[in-house]
Design a protein around this ligand. Sequence first.
Ligand code: GRF
Length: 210
Amino acid sequence: MSSAFNIVVLISGTGSNLASIIDKQQQYNYKVSLVVSNQKSAKGLDFAKQNNIPIFTFNWDKSDRLLLDVQNIIRQHNCQLIVLAGFMKILPSPFIDEFKQKIINIHPSLLPKYPGLNTHQRVIDNKDQTHGASVHYVNAQLDAGEIISQTSINVDLNSNAESLGKQLLFREHSLLPYTIHLIGQNRVEWRDDKLYFDHKILTTPIIIYD
Ligand code: GRF
């Protein structure tokens, strides 16, 4: 088996996506070598500790210098991919530029629909029949980089924002680890600023069903 693909995961809170990423490390042949959080008390850090994964926390309010520390520590760990999994801050351009085409984010909507916050409520308010989550590359615009993969769910008439969020989160837990796997296996890759999936230019997101 080839050596594991080395990733860092950035979180701000509960970290259920981080937990699913950690759980599927062996199955998908990647390795979480570092977890970074802008919240010292983020519950998700417990999953890292339980699995002996190094953690680094920093205080966003003093972001300039500390983000340089984050950049340094990511470099030291030779991370091949930076995964934003419930990381609730917008990374500044110098950070994004340094790790161009190496940062992905999971967003709880079928992008380009509903960038930003409160996606579940917006789906309900608009009486959408389907909802979903997207994994996309991060660029300087909010939730606007190239979309890699999506999963969708039907919106039940009785859903509220909380139940819908819960239902979707369950699907996110498959979508994100599998997408990391595709990137680690070079099945998803950048060539000359174009995104390829299995050697063909990716024109529509890869749909992941379960
Ligand atoms: C997820 O819904 C993710 O799509 C969004 O933030 C939430 C994080 O949840 N970006 P968790 O911290 O992984 O449980």
